[in-house]
Structures are given as structure tokens and as C-alpha cells.
Design a protein around this ligand. Structure first.
Ligand code: ACO
Length: 324
């Protein structure tokens, strides 16, 4: 059975940078009060990138995929599997993965979306790894991409300050050596109400609530608990310990979650990749965006062990341990 290995990464952000000060000034025009101090203290977020209206998830996903393919020196025609993790697809159908495939000029690869909200990339990467290990694919592009700003209630200061838009991608290839060492996915659907955008398009109109709603404190507690458990379990499955991990790359929801998690796991914060300050929470894009950022700035080196973790609506969570 072949292994799978990450051979390239890429990411894309929309050009419009919105600082906390910009956002606070914009919300103030609608008598909604927030401040840079509040946002930084509670979340560590200082800025986010927001797509202009009309910019679609497939556009950001395609940009990230092209950069990952260039990094891997792989031609789009070699790709036989495309998976996009997103909660903000361009359309009900076709899938965003099919749109990316067309943009890349690839024909014939399997292409589909994965919906696991902020755990989406970890779910998609595990799926692609399983395809490769089973011999059903040899070269996959796995993307996490969101225009999350499109499902935010910009009158709800409790949620709209937390998120941003973006995309990250990896190229995953069959390999004789691992690569991905272990992966574990989980969900608890009974927790669906703590984080949801419970609307839909039906009968020619939006039914239900089209905006994201969240019980922030419940999400905080759940996230720290399951990420802690999952990190220990996945490293154990690989016969390793957390001390062997060079870089922890958890979903970038907020800095307090990352700090609590690092403390619980006894991992020094210097070994945690943090991008939430710059990107805010980009849902399915957050882990591959953080991975690409830390590879390109030279922190993550070939041969190092990385632990990627997702957690989000569903409630879903999971971890992937990989040798770079
Ligand atoms: N600016 C100023 N005040 C605010 C803002 C804001 N943007 N948002 C809320 N407040 C106010 C509230 O109205 C409330 O005021 P009140 O006391 O007068 O009623 C006060 O601040 C406290 O509100 P809480 O919601 O209790 O604030 P909390 O300390 O729980 O912080 C936060 C909220 C940051 C969301 C926190 O719960 C948290 O970190 N949760 C984790 C969830 C998370 O990060 N979710 C991201 C998406 S989920 C995911 O990716 C897995």
C-alpha cells in the first residue's frame, strides 16, 4: 500500500485588509460598538481579509491550488483527485471542486466538496490520504477555501469580528515513504446547535436563518477538550508522543483557544503556528493557510513532524499527523 505525502502548498487571500480599527469604525456607523482592545483581548485577532462582493470561493481556491501545484512542480493534468473543503460553496451545485477543476484545465479527475466547517480541511486531507493509500488516486489537490464573510450577520458583533476569507491548498502524492502517519476524524451531531448556519435555499427562496450563529463559550470549551484528546490519540496511534511534534497547527479560531490547548498539551507556544492574528478565523481555510504561511516563512522544514487539527460546526473535529 503506498503512503501519501504533502509535496506542495499554496494559499490565497483577498486583497482587502480590514483591521480591527477599520471594522470598529464601520460598525459604529450602524451604532454597533466594538473596539480593537476588545477583539484583541478576547481573540488575539488584529485584522482579517474580506472578499469584495461577488468574489467566489472557487476563485480563491483556484489561486491557492495553482500556487500549490507550482510549489510541487506538478502539472494540473497529473491530478486525479480534487477535494475542496468549504461551507461557502459558489453554488448549491455543481461542487466548488468541479469549478476549480475547470479553472485548472484538468479533465477527468474525481472532484467533490467536503462539508465539515472548520474541520473541513482535516476531513478532506484524511479522505485524500485514504484514496491514495487504497490505490484509488495518485495525485490529489486538497483545498480549504471560504468566503465566510458571506454568511456572517454584520449586525452581530459577537460573531462578525471573528472571521475572515481565504484559501489554502496542498498537493498530496503517492509515495513509498510516509508522509501522513496517522489521521483521526470525529463528530458529535447532538452538538449541532452550538455553531450553525441553519438556512437553506429551497422553493426559490432562503428558508431558515442564513447567518452563522454561535454559543461562543460552549464552542470554546468543546474545542479545547476535543483538540486535546485528539492530539494525544493521533500521536499515540503513530507510536509517537507530543514531544516528537515539531509544529502544532490547530484550527485558527482564536488565540485563547490556542494558548489553552498548548498549555493542556504541555507544548510550548513557540511550537504552535499562529496566524489567527493576521487572518482571523477562515474556517476550512485556516489550517492550510497556516501551513503554507509557516512553510514559506521558513519555520516548517522538510522532514519535520507537523500535527494539523480541525474543530468546528457539526460538531466536528480531527487531527492529521504528517512528516513533511
Ligand atoms: N465587541 C465588544 N463587545 C462585545 C463584542 C464585540 N465584538 N462581542 C460581544 N461583546 C460583549 C457582549 O455583548 C457581552 O456584553 P454584556 O456583558 O454587556 O452582555 C460581553 O461582550 C461578553 O460577551 P460574551 O459572548 O460572554 O464574551 P466571551 O468572553 O465569551 O467572548 C468569544 C466571546 C470571543 C466569542 C468567546 O466566547 C470565544 O472565544 N469563544 C470561542 C468560540 C470561537 O472562537 N468561535 C469561533 C468560531 S468556532 C470555530 O471555529 C470552532
Amino acid at each position: 500500500m503506498p503512503f501519501s505525502r504533502i509535496v506542495g502548498t499554496g494559499s490565497a487571500l483577498p486583497p482587502r485588509l480590514v483591521s480591527n480599527h477599520d471594522l470598529a469604525a464601520e460598525l459604529a456607523t450602524r451604532q454597533i460598538e466594538t473596539s480593537d482592545d476588545w477583539i484583541v483581548e478576547r481573540t488575539g485577532i488584529r485584522q482579517r481579509y474580506i472578499a469584495d462582493r461577488g468574489v467566489k470561493t472557487s476563485a480563491l481556491a483556484t489561486d491557492a491550488a495553482r500556487l500549490a501545484l507550482a510549489d510541487a512542480q506538478v502539472d494540473a493534468s497529473e491530478v486525479d483527485l480534487i477535494i475542496v473543503a468549504t461551507s461557502t460553496p459558489d453554488f448549491v451545485f455543481p461542487s466548488t471542486a468541479c469549478l476549480v477543476q475547470a479553472n485548472l484545465g484538468n479533465k477527468g479527475a474525481a472532484a467533490f466538496d467536503v462539508q465539515a466547517v472548520c474541520s473541513g480541511f482535516v476531513y478532506a486531507l484524511t479522505t485524500a490520504d485514504s484514496f491514495i493509500r487504497a490505490g484509488r488516486a495518485r495525485c490529489a489537490v486538497v483545498i480549504g477555501a471560504e468566503v465566510f464573510s458571506s454568511i456572517l450577520d454584520w449586525n452581530d458583533r459577537g460573531t462578525c469580528v471573528l472571521f475572515g476569507d481565504g484559501a489554502g491548498a496542498v498537493v498530496l502524492r503517492a509515495s513509498d515513504s510516509p508522509g501522513i502517519l496517522a489521521a483521526q476524524l470525529h463528530a458529535d451531531g447532538s452538538q449541532m446547535n452550538i455553531l450553525a448556519a441553519a438556512g437553506n435555499v429551497a422553493y426559490g427562496q432562503v428558508t431558515g436563518d442564513p447567518f452563522l450563529r454561535m454559543d461562543g463559550q460552549a464552542v470554546f470549551k468543546q474545542a479545547v477538550t476535543v483538540l486535546d484528546r485528539s492530539a494525544r490519540s493521533v500521536t499515540k496511534e503513530a507510536g509517537l508522543t507530543l514531544a516528537d511534534v515539531d509544529w502544532l497547527i490547530p484550527h485558527q479560531a482564536n488565540l485563547r483557544i490556542l494558548t489553552f490547548l498548548a498549555r493542556k498539551l504541555d507544548v510550548p507556544l513557540e511550537k504552535v503556528v499562529v496566524t489567527v492574528d493576521r487572518h482571523a478565523n477562515t474556517s476550512a481555510a485556516s489550517v492550510p493557510l497556516a501551513l503554507d504561511t509557516a512553510r514559506r516563512d521558513g519555520r516548517i522544514q522538510p522532514g519535520q513532524l507537523i500535527l494539523m487539527q480541525g474543530v468546528g460546526g457539526g460538531f466536528t473535529w480531527g487531527s492529521v499527523l504528517a512528516r513533511m
